[in-house]
Design a protein around this ligand. Structure first.
Ligand SMILES: [Zn+2]
Length: 174
């Protein structure tokens, strides 16, 4: 195996599923180029498990799990914090885009993602897409761990309070 093959595994997704293959590896965060811009620190690695198997009705599927800890920047206090990443996703492999059932059909399963079969699918792309989908848009510390917590709330009334005041004022005038 070349170094490249070890670092960037590529699978034939349909074969991988039909042969019930498994891929388990620990990949450094630095390998995930798109993820990098969301991180405060790219040190560390992610534990990846990809399992090929058939679902109850015999359809080829992939089950993906990603575990690790990401260092992200808190959008409230701009300090970094550790974000535990635990991704579990299931994919049904279809032979073409036309084979993806429409969302309003009985066949459609909203618990899974549909993936068009590829003979050369980089595992890292699948993993990275799935991580990016689960990341919070505005990552923040837990309230009690954040030095910025409470400040914003004190300065600005919540939009609900404003709305309530507005409605109350209106009804008094009626
Ligand atoms: Zn914070």
């Amino acid at each position: 195996m070349t170094a490249q093959a070890i670092n960037m595994p590529v699978i034939n997704s349909l074969d991988f599923s039909r042969k019930a293959q498994e891929f388990r590896d620990i990949l450094p965060l630095l390998r995930f180029s798109r993820l990098g811009e969301y991180l405060a620190d790219t040190n560390g690695s992610l534990e990846i498990t990809l399992i090929g198997r058939a679902d109850k009705s015999g359809k080829p599927t992939l089950h993906l799990e990603v575990h690790g800890v990401l260092k992200m920047t808190c959008q409230r206090c701009l300090d970094s914090f550790e974000y535990p990443l635990d991704v579990a996703a299931d994919f049904v492999i279809v032979t073409s885009e036309d084979a993806i059932p429409s969302p309003d059909s009985d066949e459609y399963d909203d618990e899974v993602d549909y993936l068009v079969a590829e003979t050369q699918m980089p595992v890292i792309d699948l993993v990275e897409d799935e991580i990016l989908l689960t990341l919070p848009l505005a990552p923040k510390h837990a309230e009690k761990e954040c030095v910025g917590a409470g400040k914003v709330e004190l300065e600005k009334p919540s939009p609900f309070a404003v709305l309530k005041g507005f409605k109350a004022g209106k009804s008094q005038n009626d």
